[in-house]
Design a protein around this ligand. Sequence first.
Ligand code: HEM
Length: 278
Amino acid sequence: MNRVAPIVQNADVGVGSIVLWGVLPYVVLAVVVGGTVWRYRYDQFGWTTRSSQLYESRILRIASPLFHFGILAVLAGHIMGLFIPASWTAAVGVTEGMYHFMALSIGTIAGIGTLLGIVLLVWRRRTTGPVFMATTRNDKFMYVMLLAALLTGLATTVISVLDQSVADYRQTVSPWFRSIWIFQPDVAAMTAAGPSFKLHALWAMALFAIWPFTRLVHAFTAPVHYLFRPYIVYRSRGTGSSSHHHSSGHRGWEPVGTQDRAHGSTKVSTRRKGAGRR
Ligand code: HEM
């Protein structure tokens, strides 16, 4: 911790820095919370990934898990790097060298996996006619923002490796990030961070601000079984059974007011397993 004191004290904290690192994070938080509540109240039917699995599933089957498991690993890395103070890892015997080696190797693999996943997803969207037709301007904008957040993140890692003079993010970005949650934003700490970290944090904040208004909103879906569900929940019509009210205990909902309900002999079931592999 002592190592960082001079960096932070020398930081030139102007009005611009206060706005960017002391005010903006709270504006973004308000937009994320307010936007999510608004979307939930007014657009529950649009609360979806708008899955395109029906149009194409071969590339999706590889690209989607690559992207999603990658981003979960990136998220886990960020939670470690941003929330756990360097003094705690040092206290349990993890040296800075060990920490950064781990962060660099695992983080880079996760980051590149995620990038490869999203590049494949975008390529699929562009080259599969119906998927492209189903892509809105909102989606395109979201992809650009998401890609930029990933690329600026990976750039921070590369730049920190190449340029040893860049201040350690665990002494600058991380204390700033933690300070936001206790409503005492440490503007000086973030001001002392390297330009690549600043760009990355700004881009991440922009991504968070648009999050509730895009397809990304599906990430806030509870319950968690959504993670393991097929992209599209299929309902198949069986024949002959007169007990559709009792026999399909596994289905996720009651078919209120649909044809299925009108014709008591129609069986409605929810396919949970295997559909994602179509
Ligand atoms: C305010 C929010 C965020 C902060 C403060 C932040 C901070 C950081 C820092 C300090 C690093 C360097 C880690 C290292 O070199 O070991 C990093 C790397 C990275 N960040 Fe972020 N980040 C934020 C949000 C995001 C978001 C939303 C994404 C993706 C959508 C993202 C993607 C990445 C990637 C891909 C890397 C490269 C290393 C890795 O794969 O973990 N970051 N970020």
